[in-house]
Unconditional design. Sequence first.
Length: 110
Amino acid sequence: MKEYKGYSANIEYNSEAEIFLGKVLGTRDVVTFQGHSIEELKQAFKDSVDNYLELCLYLEEDPEKHFSGKFVVRISPDLHRNIFYAAKQSGKSLNAWIADIFTQKVVSLS
């Protein structure tokens, strides 16, 4: 399923009930939806995201986003130092160097 307004979902099929069940990812709130067909499921996903955003607006809360582009990684001080020097040697900032390494790794997995 494609993203909608920056949100994605996990989808399962319940064969007993013959229905697709979905859960919006990346929020502490439980945002679910369901549909009997793919088209119904897609619309229910959009409706659920829209309802979540409207509720956040009503409650004057910031909606959570699944990916902010920031994350914390805990590594040893020695590895941190070695990464810093590798980045510096390549003429890049630590963030740019790590982003390049991650991009190369993800591309190689595709």
